[in-house]
Design a protein around this ligand. Structure first.
Ligand SMILES: [Zn+2]
Length: 241
């Protein structure tokens, strides 16, 4: 089985530690497929086919340079040789999670990554603006000024990771989905979706490696604080304004 590589911890990100943890080039040495965010909480990261993309708060996608930096994220060297599965009639993100459950229920205590493709009747994503000034606001504060985008009938890819419940605070328990359109023009953190047919490959992972930030701020964070409620609000919520 292949390895899940992670940069930083989710609670560090929640508390506003958006400095560089690892360069894009080093991240891509660790894996070709994954999700995350960049230095300064700059957009939503999609690592796809060995390249690093950013879904921005302006609604476009840019490819990152090797010397750019990742604040938080996960990648794996995706095994493309596994079989392709198909799930149908997905009317919401909750439907998608339910449809994936039979594929992971035999072991909810390990990690999974999916690489999927489809035509999405609806695709609702969000991205945050880069934080320019320090001290950085916490993720809960920043998420209140996120931008959301709703697309119809868009072809593209969904990269998602599943983390077991016991990694609470280190990563997000359950599924976390990011989107990249087939023409590489749209992307972000998925809040909702629907599709008649989604094709996906699933990788199971029982090997987990983390690199921690080395900046001064990280040394002072209280990473035992229970941020579960705030995390759920930030990762799942649509900000209605
Ligand atoms: Zn995300």
């Amino acid at each position: 089985m292949n390895k899940m590589f992670q940069a930083s911890t989710l609670n560090a990100l929640m508390l506003g530690n958006y400095d560089s943890t690892i360069s894009v080039s080093k991240m891509l040495e660790k894996g070709d497929t994954g999700i995350g965010t960049y230095e300064g909480l700059d957009g939503e990261a999609i690592f796809f086919n060995g390249k690093a993309y950013k879904g921005t708060a302006l609604g476009n996608v840019v490819e990152m340079k090797k010397e750019d930096n990742v604040a938080f994220g996960n990648v794996t060297k995706f095994d493309e040789t596994v079989k392709t599965n198909i799930i149908v009639n997905i009317n919401s993100l909750a439907d998608f999670k339910n449809a994936l459950y039979p594929y992971i229920k035999h072991n909810l205590n390990q990690f999974y990554v999916i690489k999927s493709e489809g035509v999405f009747k609806n695709m609702h994503v969000r991205a945050c603006f880069k934080q320019e000034t320090k001290p950085y606001k916490t993720l809960a504060e920043v998420a209140s000024c996120q931008r959301e985008f709703k697309y119809q009938n868009v072809s593209g890819y969904v990269i998602a990771i599943y983390c077991p419940n016991y990694v609470e605070g280190i990563n997000l328990p359950g599924w976390h989905f990011h989107f990249l359109s087939k023409d590489y023009s749209k992307g972000g953190h998925i809040l909702d979706l629907s599709s008649d047919e989604i094709f996906f490959k699933l990788n199971e992972q029982n090997n987990y490696e983390i690199v921690l930030p080395t900046n001064e701020e990280f040394t002072k964070l209280n990473l035992c604080e229970d941020l579960k409620a705030k995390t759920e609000a930030v990762e799942g919520a649509s900000q209605k304004k």
